[in-house]
Design a binder for this molecule. Structure first.
Ligand code: ADE
Length: 251
């Protein structure tokens, strides 16, 4: 079984490819695929870049060219649900593209000719990500002074539920409010994961996604985002992906 870890941005994998055993780098479709082993298990790391098309292209390539038999998407997202705070982690159990709308031909949010708007995550992957996220949260990967600087609460939570994706960085309170009204159970918003869920559905490959909450998808999202990515999300990503892959290692 080959596990692929996809993330959009370099900070979201925080140099983890350097830890691979027997590493090799393959350039394909304009991306660098880092192939190797983690505690003996075959792994591929790749950065998709931002947006649904970039993520879908990368997912298809890692399955077809690099033989990935299980995909994880990791990185940051904007919190939508009132319970989801900056510093929390969301593990997706379902994924939906919030910007797909072929109405009146198909219901809003339905992916045309799939007969569905929501793609379910692989529950074994959800369980692995949840355990890894809980371990990281309990270990406290982020220093207290950094926590204070970003106003992070003392007890970050790990949530499971709906993650929505679209080709927009949501940086207006009015837009996140509209998303909450249209999709009241949505926990968080990103720009990639639901597209990867659709590709994995097509290929019959198990998929799960985890997102660390970097902002509240409101008027200050664009201000918080770059600093948070560099100073918090990179540490969080390193800890989470390491914990996840360590869990996959042979006993
Ligand atoms: N990823 C992180 N924050 C986001 C936001 N506010 N909108 C979309 N994707 C994001």
């Amino acid at each position: 079984m080959t596990t692929a870890i996809l993330s959009a941005l370099p900070e979201e994998q925080a140099g983890l490819a350097a830890n691979l055993e027997n590493p090799s780098v393959h350039v394909y479709a304009g991306r660098e695929f880092y192939v190797g082993r983690w505690n003996g298990q075959p792994v591929v790391f790749v950065l998709s870049r931002i947006g649904k098309v970039a993520a879908a292209t990368t997912a298809a390539a890692v399955i077809e060219r690099f033989g990935a038999t299980r995909l994880y998407f990791t990185g940051v997202a904007g919190g939508l649900h009132p319970r989801v705070k900056v510093g929390d982690t969301v593990v997706a159990t379902e994924l939906l593209q919030h910007d797909i709308d072929a109405s009146p031909l198909f219901p809003r949010h339905e992916v045309p000719l799939y007969g569905r708007s929501r793609f379910a995550a692989d529950m074994a992957g959800v369980a692995q990500l949840t355990l890894a996220a809980q371990a990281v949260t309990e270990a406290g990967a982020i220093d207290d002074d950094v926590r204070q600087r970003f106003g992070l609460g003392a007890a970050p939570c790990v949530h499971q539920g709906l993650l929505v994706s679209g080709d927009r960085f949501v940086s207006r309170a009015s837009e996140s409010q509209a998303l909450r009204e249209a999709l009241p159970d949505a926990l968080a918003v990103d720009m990639e994961a639901a597209a990867v869920a659709q590709v994995c559905h097509d290929h019959g490959v198990p998929f799960a996604a985890v997102r660390h909450i970097s902002d509240r998808a409101d008027d200050s999202a664009h201000v918080d985002f770059p600093a948070y990515l560099a100073q918090v999300a990179a540490l969080q990503a390193r800890a989470l992906i390491s914990a996840l892959l360590d869990r996959h290692a042979p006993a």
